[in-house]
Design a protein around this ligand. Structure first.
Ligand SMILES: [Fe+2]
Length: 590
């Protein structure tokens, strides 16, 4: 059975399963080169099928994620095209009149500059108006049938949070051996924003709670906007900023958040009802310092998540927790969660936000077909795509004509030497691209993690990262205890979980820790997950004694992470980085 998973909302993606085995998955933004791509993932579908040596004719079933998506978001391609100003305009010109004045403004009229019908390949006659998600679903199915050359009876749709939950559950390394307590949490999808379920080996999930009041994500999202950053994108920047303040300075801001949402068993309610999650907070946070606001929302988020999860642990007696959905990217809260007594382990899959619900939809379809036992374990975060040596050589030739490059065979020892003397190196591995927004070595920029000066260098050369934001380290598995405090041996392979650093960690990883609290969101590198990357870090260790490198994603500020060899060479030629590992080659600028 070959199942194609499709997510056609924001952060669109495609995934293919062959006989229960995830052979390939990727986000459309990598191919379209448009961050947070909104709409059908044409290019990702082609790529995941090619990667699995399949064609459209081979597909037995198509599993789509999320039934209720409004036409207005497809028309404007909201998350992909909106600036920060647009999100403010959305609040002021759409939501305020709707919520506070009883009016019915037209979304597509307000954002008519974003509407381009060349990006709307759906049958308009099926859609009554811009909020008609039923009509939009009919149009999505019709479009999928035509594009994928398949009949409607072979298409299933899966509830948004069911997709999040199955993705977390069935990609967890313990799925076949332990009972898991699975949480989902996000800004919202299909009328829900938080679930709790139990995953027993070989059995479908048993949902014990579904909440539409788990508004942590919404509260965080609109606070992000209030601080002048992009919602559903820059929440991690607030999380980084929050560490610079404390309760004695930020109590007022904290109380604004603390007086509203609260945990109620396995769900949520409000001690003070609020009309909305933007204007309510805007009014009450006015005049408060930006870092106090960031502290307040982060602190309250941590409290709510910890209490919610502790309640689940107590109620079910299960101690192995899995979290999925956009809010599960809050590495600071995740740190507090795994530290709780009663929590034995915490697993966050790679790319737990909406980018992975194509995979979750395919898994939900497999479960519906009664084939859950056929699902193969997911071994690491490298879900695809791969490129051959020809693609690399063609790309090198193309860019070598207009740039002065020296090309030589890749040599770990040589690159380790460059890193040790302070060079910043981009790395592109042809074998298997990592999934999600965190680069795990195959689409990475790496450097010596000891010297904080290298942060400045990387920012100048390519990243332009916000000054308060930390970089992250990739650490050899055998060195974890030297550098990090991880008494529960938490699976921290995907840069999704925070850990404190040891004294040696503070020396060896100085540039890869949060500058203020010196915690890390590490990628622990195991040889069996990525042998070439492991060998490169080992070569660096042989020269320096440091079993880690600093790792940030291979992209220019504001662009998606590179995908193809061509993207790698293009980005390399446009930025200040002097060395690129690509496949079996090492390229140096003259
Ligand atoms: Fe979601």
């Amino acid at each position: 059975m070959i199942i194609l998973g499709i997510h056609d909302g924001h952060n669109a993606s495609a995934a293919v399963f062959v006989e229960g085995n995830l052979t390939s998955a990727a986000g459309e933004e990598r191919f379209s080169r448009e961050k947070h791509h909104y709409g059908f993932p044409f290019k990702a579908v082609t790529a995941v099928l090619n990667d699995a040596n399949l064609s459209l004719d081979d597909i037995d079933h198509v599993a789509m994620a999320t039934k209720t998506l409004p036409p207005s978001y497809f028309k404007t391609r909201r998350n992909a095209t909106f600036s920060i100003e647009d999100y403010w305009k959305e609040q002021k010109e759409y939501w305020y009149p709707k919520l506070y004045e009883g009016k019915f403004p037209s979304y597509t009229q307000i954002f008519r500059n974003h509407v381009d019908n060349t990006f709307f390949p759906y049958d308009e006659s099926l859609i009554k108006n811009e909020t008609d998600h039923e009509g939009m679903w009919a149009a999505r199915v019709k479009h999928a049938c035509k594009t994928l050359n398949i009949t409607a009876d072979k298409i299933s749709v899966h509830d948004h949070h069911t997709c999040h939950a199955y993705y977390g559950y069935l990609t967890c390394p313990d799925a076949k051996t332990k009972e898991l307590l699975v949480y989902t949490m996000d800004g919202g999808g299909d009328g829900c924003n938080g679930t709790v379920s139990i995953g027993r080996p070989g059995e479908p999930l048993e949902f014990v709670s579904r909440s539409s009041n788990c508004n942590i994500g919404r509260m965080y999202r609109y606070t992000t906007l209030l601080l002048g950053m992009r919602p559903a994108d820059h929440e991690y920047k607030l999380m980084g900023l929050a560490a610079y303040n404390n309760m004695s300075n930020a109590r007022k801001a904290y109380e604004v958040f603390a007086e509203t949402l609260r945990v109620d068993g396995l769900g949520f309610n409000y001690q003070v009802e609020i009309e909305d999650h933007f204007f309510h907070f805007k009014e009450r946070l006015e005049g408060l310092r930006f870092d106090a606001v960031a502290f307040g929302v982060q602190k309250r988020t941590e409290e709510l998540l910890v209490e919610w999860i502790k309640n689940g642990v107590v109620k079910t007696g299960l101690q192995n927790v899995v979290m999925s959905g956009g809010v599960a990217q809050n590495i600071k809260a995740n740190k507090l969660i795994w530290e709780q007594d009663g929590v034995e382990s915490l697993f966050i899959p790679p790319g737990p936000g909406d980018e992975s619900i194509s995979i979750g939809a395919a898994l939900a379809a497999i479960v519906e077909q009664g084939e859950i036992k056929s699902v193969e374990p997911v071994l690491n975060g490298y879900f695809g795509i791969s490129y051959d040596d020809d693609a690399v050589r063609i790309a090198i030739k193309k860019y070598a004509d207009s740039n002065s490059f020296e090309v030589e065979p890749m040599c770990c020892k040589k690159v380790a030497g460059y890193l040790a003397k302070g060079d910043v190196v981009a790395r592109f591995d042809t074998k298997s691209m990592e999934f999600g927004a965190r680069a795990l070595g195959n689409r990475s920029i790496i450097a010596d993690p000891r010297n904080p000066e290298v942060i400045h260098t990387i920012n100048k050369l390519v990243k332009m990262r916000d000054f308060w934001m930390p970089f992250a380290p990739s650490i050899l598995e055998e060195r974890v205890d030297d550098y990090l405090i991880n008494p529960k041996s938490i699976d921290a392979r995907y840069m999704a979980i925070g850990l404190d650093s040891t004294e040696l960690g503070k020396q060896h990883l100085a540039a890869g820790l949060h500058p203020f609290d010196r915690s890390a969101r590490p990628q622990i590198v195991r040889k069996q997950d990525n042998e070439e990357y492991y060998d490169l870090i080992s070569a660096f260790e042989a020269i320096t004694g440091v079993g880690a490198v600093l790792n940030t994603s291979f992209n220019i500020h504001g662009e998606p992470i590179v995908c193809s060899p061509n993207d790698a060479l293009d980005t390399f030629s446009r930025c200040g980085i002097k060395r690129l590992i690509i496949g079996d080659y090492l390229i140096s600028k003259a």
